[in-house]
Design a protein around this ligand. Sequence first.
Ligand code: GLV
Length: 317
Amino acid sequence: MKKILVTRKLMKSSEDYALKIFDVKLNKEDKLMTTEELIHKSSDCDGILSSITEKLDHNVISKLSNKIKIISNFAVGFGNIDINAAKKRNIIVTNTPDVLTEATAEITILILLGAARRAKEGIMWASKKNWKWSADFLVGKQLTSSRLGILGMGRIGRAVADRARVFGMKIHYYNRSRLDKNLEKDATYHKSLESLMSVSDFFSINCPATKETKHIINNKTIKYFPNDAVIVNSARGDMIEDDAMVEALKSGKIYSLGLDVYNGEPDIYPEYLTLPNVFVLPHLGSATTKTRIAMGNLAINNIEEFFNTGKCKNKVN
Ligand code: GLV
């Protein structure tokens, strides 16, 4: 029986499932492991089931035992792992795509609405006793008939587009390459990010974090947005240069911001917490019972597939 280290607590049914297939070291207390603990605890294991809270950089990967053949990440994103360093050590890295597409698209719509309809201020007022209805009380921006620019039209970007169409939004997108007609549907493709930004009354970040996308929203690019744009990010914090964004929120260039992800999580850039026009959630994109169970089971199946066949369809390196 192969032995695996599961770095964080999974949903109970996924842990039970793993126990049937592998000799498993669970993290019952769900305590974050230090790098040394992770290296030590995994030293007699054949694989690691990691999560986004572990940074498996070049240094950590170089110290892993030769026995380890797979790192199965409990996430679709894998920016926490140096996949090239893993490849050099003959360790395959896998992720959990598809199963979290709908849940993440739902949270994107939640932060889009939260930012547009001033939900943070609404919650603050509702919890006081002295709010009064008036015709212009907390009036916000309506989604209907406005343009939504989507950066990254992969599975999640397209699922966001499908939901946004129901609100009557017109979809625009920028992607590494243009989509086939059947996936693009009625969306308008833009050849450059600047062109996409310039038509985005609303803008949703749904691309992976890479060297190319790091700080792609910065003080030079923000100026391309129409005045009063609403921006949301449910992908990774890396894409936004926080000080430039705060400046744009304060100057009124950007109307509001909805965030589920942050640079340096779990820290949150302090002004995002104090500005009334920033609607924040603590990385809940895939956090539904159904999705978290599906992710855990898929992360386990990825390991099983690899040890049974030498391959895995969700390999990313
Ligand atoms: C969550 O953020 C994921 O990448 O799955």
